[in-house]
Design a protein around this ligand. Sequence first.
Ligand code: UD1
Length: 431
Amino acid sequence: MSPMSKFIVNGGRPVIGRVSIQGSKNAALPILAATLLCTGKSKICRCSELSDIDASVDILRSLGCQCTVDDKCVEVDSGRVCEYTVSECLMSRMRSSIIYMGALLARCGRAEVSFPGGCELGSRPIDLHLSSLRLMGAEIDESGGYLHCEAPHGLHGAYIDLPVASVGTTENIILAAVTAEGRTVIRNAAREPEIVDLCAYLRQCGAKIDGDGQGVIAIDGVGRLRGTEYSVMPDRIAAVTYLAAAAITGGDVEVYDCRPEHMYPVLSYFEQAGCDLTVTDSSVRLRAYGRPRRFEVISTHVYPGFPTDAQPIMLAVSTVADGTSMFVENIFSCRYKYADRLQKMGAHIRISERVAVVEGVERLHGAKVSATDLRGGAAVLLAALAAEGTTVIDNICHIERGYEHIDDILNSLNADVKRVNDDVEQPNEPC
Ligand code: UD1
């Protein structure tokens, strides 16, 4: 049994100070899955203390890996992998667990996984994952809620032309291809920095990969990879979230230990909002002066376009802007579920399918709301920081999937966020 917690936020205080940025969740998850492919020990550092990282470690342990976690470094010895099934219970703890399909096929020639869990952002199909792995020699049978995968003759290279530059599919193909027979070419591969980080790690293990970050990735399969020590990249969405906390509260925040070049698609919008930015190689300082100015149109696209994960965050900022802003969500069909929480706090938002029109108000007010998903939850928390009065946010497990110690960090930045455990105990069955 684990208690369900909530945040009680007393808003209206400018967020001020400096924050070191956590390691990227979305980079750490595929890298942890990739340790399955290595001989010897792997040590993956800068793994944030997050429930999704815990879920990954639990999956690796359930497959027979020896894992130790010490000061954000996860050491994995995958020498004695004896299982190729990831239980439904473990799979449901995060959507990203689908990448174990490619990693297990590469390592064991077989994989049994159920359909994955994760954020509720509308339809999140896995058809491209399946068709790509089939092109590489996997036979996949979907029955009883499970995907039974087998590569009876081993995985082989393939030419894969993705109709959508899907991040998870690109990762799954890479994991399957690095030790497959022959060459794999992925056209219209996702170019997100987290893909580049996965490839950098794999190259350090001995993989032969070219073109990551550029849209066409070529992978020449090698034998088993060797374990190595690697530090994952900083989390660009967490960095943007803390900058947004300053923008929405008229504050002054410096994020450091980050990679501003990954954040450029978002940074220009902070300037549009009238904030001052000071950018170095590894830090960004944002100074806000009163109400943000309105955004014209923010339209989400694959990298290097404006990231869908930053859409709820910037929409939260726009709720208190001095005019009307427009958002167009092109990646996920249902990514405005959090908007009614912001409306409860006094925001004026009209949604029509993929478009949201936000008429900025002078002040939001506190309310009792709940987090809907990871970034939607972050949007609600940002709104609460700016709101007059007290906001109670429950279901914060969604927020804590992606933000390490966010309450402590915000409190160190002059905010007033209390984390309390609910009286109602939620069943948390062991997997
Ligand atoms: C990853 C990120 C997530 C981010 C998203 C887009 C992780 C753990 N998650 O999610 O935070 O919001 O990239 O940047 O890294 N699609 C299909 N068929 C498939 C797979 C995807 O049609 O088989 C579609 C999806 O429905 C969506 C689009 O492709 O419309 C992009 O999804 P994808 O890039 O795969 O997102 P994820 O990897 O799930």
